[in-house]
Design a protein around this ligand. Structure first.
Ligand code: IK2
Length: 444
């Protein structure tokens, strides 16, 4: 009775106010870790694209099917008996962790233990979340290289850390920036961000949204700083198979002294064009993975068995075909190479200046030479690229993503002249986008 009486005194009567807010408790309902991280660019712009039925070159997912072999593997898993529909091993379905370990050991140059060094997660998102929760203490600093996949910042904050930003900058001052390879880190600026409180640095190669593929020398410079300052590296490599024009993806974990201090994050969604399956993984030393497992077992616990089984089959196939023209890891970039070239020339033809990505499936373009007469008052005061993207979606029916969303508040103004296009789309979708851009350039 006493407990109930206490509860009643703490609760105000649940009532509907005139503006439909429901007040449940007299004290603050929510935890402060959710403050300041409410905005989410995907939620906002995916909804906008849907509302205006726009041709969607916004969010990064293929609008074509995954390859037949993984679709069949998924169907076979579903028909594979009762156990395929039940829980499997919490930290990763055994066939999947074994195939990941076999596949990546020679690439990393370290014998990966399938059961100790790998955690299978709900997409790369959960691998990132578990990594930050497992290694960041209250007050730790985490260096984030900009532009960055937007979830890093709220995840660092929710883990109690402080994000410290360092931008990649185009090196051709005032001149034409032709390629994502022209965007570089200043070694001095990066070095200046390391302090005794720095616990980790987050890099993303190939980068979303820029498409930069870090060269070995650039990774070595980051690795040297990590080793010097005893810092971890969280390396988001979800687009690892997507490189163009001879660019080569290098894993920072493969550099001397980096295996022990790197958490490499991967995604089956990006690897096999099946983003809805939400299978991802983290690979690191057992010393780190064991703490990520603790976060995982106390939050998600387990990922969908059949999807993991299908991804395992996919990796087994790719292991056999690795380096051959039949490998999906060769075929997908070859297909995207063509789409990328096509999108770049279409953007150029309408006066937008694309930065040619060396990897990934996004292209950013400079919009500063385009003058738009915004009639939409509701976006007034928003960053230039946000206004432009809203205008392009609402008035022209083409959805894209503003690039300043991939920057910290302190640097976003410098980069709000770019918007991001996704080219992992059917040719018919790219045709429709091209049509819109051409009509617009002709003043229609
Ligand atoms: N890391 C990066 C760099 C990503 O790009 C993504 C997925 N992003 O896709 C949305 C977009 O940019 O349009 C992830 C992690 C998350 O991957 P997953 O889907 O496996 O959780």
């Amino acid at each position: 009775m006493g407990i109930i009486r206490n509860l009643v005194t703490n609760l105000t009567v649940i009532r509907r106010t005139s503006n439909q807010h429901i007040k449940i408790m007299s004290r603050r309902l929510h935890a402060s870790r959710t403050d300041g991280v409410e905005k989410n660019v995907w939620v906002e712009f995916t909804q906008l694209a849907a509302d205006y039925k726009a041709v969607n070159l916004g969010q990064g997912f293929p609008d074509f099917s995954p390859p037949k072999f993984v679709q069949e593997a998924f169907c076979n898993a579903l028909n594979g008996g009762p156990l395929m529909h039940q829980y499997t091993r919490a930290f990763g379905h055994p066939p999947l962790v074994k195939s990941l370990a076999k596949f990546f050991s020679s690439i990393v140059g370290h014998e990966i233990d399938p059961f100790e060094d790998i955690l299978v997660t709900v997409g790369a998102y959960q691998a990132l979340f578990s990594a930050f929760q497992a290694v960041i203490e209250e007050g730790d600093e985490v260096i984030i290289v900009e532009p960055f996949f937007d979830c890093y910042q709220p995840m660092v904050k929710m883990a109690g850390g402080k994000a410290v930003y360092v931008p990649l900058r185009p090196k051709a001052e005032g001149g034409a920036v032709l390629s994502s390879g022209d965007w570089v880190l200043s070694p001095e600026e990066l070095a200046s961000k390391f302090t005794p409180r720095t616990k980790a640095i987050v890099i993303n190669t190939p980068n979303n949204p820029l498409g930069k593929v870090y060269k070995t020398e650039e990774l070595q410079m980051i690795a040297d700083l990590c080793i010097k300052h005893d810092v971890l590296c969280i390396s988001d490599e979800v687009y690892e198979w997507l490189t163009y024009d001879g660019a080569k993806h290098v894993k920072i974990a493969s550099l001397p002294g980096m295996w022990e201090r790197t958490i490499t994050v991967g995604s089956a969604g990006k690897t096999f064009s099946a983003t809805g399956w939400k299978v991802g993984w983290a690979i690191s030393s057992a010393q780190i993975i064991k703490h990520m497992k603790i976060i995982h077992q106390n939050s998600i616990y387990h990922c969908a068995t059949a999807a993991q089984e299908a991804v395992a089959r996919g990796f087994e196939r790719e292991y056999e075909l690795f380096g051959s023209p039949e490998s999906y890891f060769q075929q997908l970039p070859a297909m995207l190479q063509h789409k990328r070239k096509r999108l770049a020339s279409c953007l150029e033809s309408v006066g937008l200046r694309p930065v040619m990505p060396e990897g990934g499936y996004f292209m950013i373009a400079d919009i500063s030479s385009v003058k738009v007469d915004y009639k939409d008052q509701s976006s007034e005061g928003e960053p230039n690229d946000f206004r432009f993207v809203k205008w392009l979606t609402k008035e022209k029916g083409l959805a894209t993503i503003p690039v300043s969303a991939f920057y910290s508040p302190e640097h976003s103004k410098e980069f709000d002249k770019y918007i991001r296009f996704c080219f992992v789309k059917e040719d018919s979708t790219l045709d429709a986008a091209e049509d819109i851009l051409k009509k617009w350039s002709q003043g229609q």
